[in-house]
Ligand binder design. Sequence first.
Ligand code: SAM
Length: 228
Amino acid sequence: MANTLYVVSTPIGNLKDITLRAIETLKAAGFIACEDTRNSSILLNHLEIKKELISLNAANESSKIPYVIKRILNGEDCALISDAGTPGISDPGTRLISATLKEGISVVPVPGATAAIAALTVSGLPTDSFVFEGFLPQKKGRQKKLYQLSAEERTIIIYESTYRIEKLINELSEYMPDRLIVVCRELTKKFEEVWRGTPLNLKDEIKSKTIKGEFVVVISPKEWEERN
Ligand code: SAM
């Protein structure tokens, strides 16, 4: 299909988690819009794909979006990727996609890995209804958000960085001490680990653990423990 924007998921760690269709799409695209050309070059070299890479991120979106749209309208296909996982999921992409749709350009998903869904699927927590919060605000609004989430009746998924994971578990032990939380570290990678427990238990347990890498925290719905 020509004049199309393909939204292509890439691995969240393990390079084998690229789909056959993602490889085909990256090979066939006229060019690839990515978050960081250095990061994406590593994946493309691994796949032995030589293709023009254009960086598109929060800092340069305003100027790059019209350029990408112009090229698609001129007949090229563009594959949009991010540094890891699915574009637009706590990553750049949404602004390009909505601008592209406004131009009547077709946008096609090429689905694959997303850390949030990988974590949810191994959490053992309800998957029929959940809320994805991405990263919580770092300072302003963080406590308010945690307070609101303490009343949430759906499974909650949060992304957290190495630097704040301990802080988050401490905060959860204040706001939702009895919930079951599932902390997924370095999913699909060599040091993958999944810790389960109440925030109160994990707060002590993590003192003996390696607090490094990427984390997703999945939290049980309010009063779920009593029902199970
Ligand atoms: N677009 C990505 C996706 O589809 O999941 C998310 C990108 S966001 C900038 C990066 C955050 O996702 C990390 O800080 C972490 O919370 C989560 N994440 C990404 N890869 C992960 C992995 N392999 N294991 C655990 N968490 C991961």
